[in-house]
Design a protein around this ligand. Sequence first.
Ligand code: BDR
Ligand code: CA
Length: 315
Amino acid sequence: MNRKILLDVDTGIDDALAILTAAVSIRVDLVACTTTWGNVDVDTAARNTATLLELAELDGVPVARGAARPLRGGTPGYAAHVHGADGLGGFGDAGAVPSPTAETAVEMILRLSHEHPGDLHIVAVGPLTNLALALEADPTLPERVPEVTIMGGAFLAPGNATPVAEANIVNDPEAAQRVIDAAWSCTFVGLDVTMRDMLTEQHREALSAGGDIGRFCSDILDYYFDFYLGETGRRCAGNHDALALGVACGKAVVRTAPAVPMMVDTTDGPGRGQTIADLRGIYRGWPDVPGARHRVVLEVEPGYADWMAQLLAAA
Ligand code: BDR
Ligand code: CA
């Protein structure tokens, strides 16, 4: 399978691994990157994305700047404590210039949806602000983009940004709810699976023995592992964004992903940002709920992180 993929990113360290994996995998035809605020501000996300595409010699892939803040406004909070102030653990290039495009993220998403109707797959791995704005600008978008894969949510697992909420969703719960309400099918790759087949010190060592791309991945992972050491007691990291890409391109083999009704908590209480899905099918072998459009990935075959590390080390 070779899918036309648009990556919507808030380029921090795990986004970087997803971008590089997309860039070097023959399974992916990376047509564009759209950027959003999230791990870093949107300009830094665009600059980091350009840096990575240049490293992968894919500087022809356009990078569009998108939302600078969540739908309901306010001052965005970033994740320097996880990804470093530059989003790439100190390995960003402050002088990088995204390939010039006059288009905004929303314009790029809509144009590409017309150019590749039925064939463009969006993989969104940051807050869902750009997708919500694209749907607002053109509610017919799902007619041309029937499927979206999202890194987001914590369904049976605990949250990471709050006890119950995952970072991408809690960063813009209103946007996430609009994306859920739209008439496309979303596959949610959340913490239930991204915190399982983790990137380890063994993967990092293999990457460090590789070429320029492998060594870069090793460097940024070294930084990322320090954060996860505090979270898990081990030098390892969740493989969040690249696993969503792997699910989208079929390389990460999904074992359990029921179609279920879902919603996001958009209140201002302690549950804000929680993804609430009807997972009562756990007692009945996970039947799809009739009429449900969105899937929650709950189990993936182990081995994707190994494949990824080998691919990036050999690049
Ligand atoms: C998600 O939040 C961001 O910090 C990561 O890049 C990933 O997309 C994990 O919760
Ligand atoms: Ca991300």
